[in-house]
Design a binder for this molecule. Structure first.
Ligand SMILES: *Cc1c(COP(=O)(O)O)cnc(C)c1O
Length: 399
């Protein structure tokens, strides 16, 4: 029998959809020109570039002139923070973010603190992962130049009240940035309705290619350049445009927009079946993240008494690809900073598993995980001294 290959890590990356690849291919060969060139080869590439920009803009209801292509979500995050911090230095030196941001935000904030003397406040979150708006109102001041809170969390899927946060930021003259990498293409996002000033996006989380992303910069917002050189991207981000990737990203954005309602409904259904199915079948299981304000595909559960790494290993042997914490931090033995910020005890944070379903996940995939995982957890608990102690104290549970 062929070994099963079951992908449940759609928050780490997604496969490129066939339609996306098909749209990209001619831009590697026939339309290979430099989009800045005057001749017909340049013009053909420029057409692909313009179309991609319009499609990405349309996904978030922005004007195409407000969309600046970057090499991905991390670059967009770095640029948004550094670019606005340096541009607004004369207004103040205080930045507010949250404790559960992606490391592209957290490590950039650390850099701004340590190397450039900015002051950063890291907002707490509640047990569901929602930021504390009262704390935000307490710590924000006229010295605050930027608030950056992620739209939806990559580990637990919790969605933040971005519109309310933006209103609070603006009331104090601060700019509002949101890391929208997980949200844009997964749930409806409308920058005009939200009022945000800057938003980061990425192609490879929404069935586009890797190495392409965008920063939405609202018309009129002043930001320093991050990449210096040629006049590309309205003189704001130098470097010959990655036209094939932009064309693919545009196609992926268009497909996400057209399929949004169905995507949200179907993924939510599969995710709930998985998440609540596991909770039903496995005792001492905690569902992490907000129950309803969460990304449609993201399930995150903690199994008491055992380690996430052991679960991943046995799942991988069964052909199921999941993750514990985010892809960027696994490899380190520290529990996820996101789960710790929820206030989970070390033990529960260690025994966490993230399974993220996507557009290629089937009903059979869910059934297979629901069949495969409970015996794996039981086996690991058999080996766990913590569990053995617990069972001695609760003999009625040892059936
Ligand atoms: C994946 C991710 C990023 C990084 O995007 P890349 O395109 O991989 O650089 C940033 N923020 C969040 C929330 C993400 O999920």
């Amino acid at each position: 029998m062929e070994k099963r290959r079951l992908y449940m890590d759609y928050a780490a990356t997604t496969p490129v959809k066939p339609e996306v690849l098909e749209a990209m291919m001619p831009y590697y060969t026939t339309y290979f020109g430099n989009a800045s060139s005057f001749h017909q080869f340049g013009r053909e590439a420029k057409e692909g570039l313009d179309k991609g920009r319009a499609q990405v803009a349309s996904l978030i209801n922005a004007d195409p002139r407000e969309v600046y292509f970057t090499n991905g979500g991390s670059e967009s995050d770095n640029w948004a923070l550094e670019g606005t911090a340096f541009a607004r230095r004369n207004k103040g030196n205080h930045i507010i973010t949250s404790k559960i941001e992606h490391h592209a935000i957290l490590h950039t904030c650390e850099y701004l603190e340590k190397v450039h003397g900015f002051e950063v406040t890291y907002l707490d979150v509640d047990a569901d992962g929602k930021v504390d708006l009262e704390q935000l109102k307490r710590v924000i001041s006229d010295n605050t130049i930027l608030v950056s809170v992620m739209f939806a969390n990559n580990e637990i899927g919790t969605i933040q009240p971005i519109k309310e946060i933006t209103e609070i930021a603006h009331a104090h003259g601060a700019l509002m940035h949101t890391d929208g990498v997980q949200a844009c293409g997964n749930i409806p996002v409308d920058v005009k309705e939200l009022g945000v000033d800057l938003m980061s996006m990425s192609g490879h989380k929404i069935y586009g290619p890797k190495g392409i992303g965008a920063l939405y910069i609202k018309k009129g917002v002043k930001i320093h350049n991050f990449m210096h050189g040629g006049a590309q991207e309205r003189k704001k981000r130098a470097g010959t445009e990655n036209v094939p990737a932009i064309v693919g990203y545009g196609k992926a954005a268009e497909m996400a927009k057209n399929n949004m309602e169905n995507h949200v409904r179907e993924l939510t259904r599969l995710r709930d079946k998985l998440m609540y199915g596991l909770q039903e079948r496995i005792p001492h299981t905690r569902i992490n993240g907000h129950k309803t304000d969460r990304l449609p595909g993201t399930a995150n559960v903690s199994f008491q008494f055992i380690e996430g790494e052991g679960i991943l290993l046995l799942l991988d042997q069964a052909g199921i690809a999941g993750s514990s914490g985010s892809a960027c931090t696994s490899g380190s033995l520290d529990p996820s900073h996101v789960l710790m910020a929820l206030g989970l005890p070390h033990e529960l944070a260690h025994g966490s598993l993230r399974l993220v379903v996507g557009d290629f996940t089937t009903e059979e995939d869910i059934d297979y995980v629901l069949e495969t995982l409970p015996p794996i957890i039981a086996r690991l608990r058999e080996l766990s001294p913590l569990y053995q102690t617990y069972i001695k104290e609760h003999p009625e549970e040892n059936k």
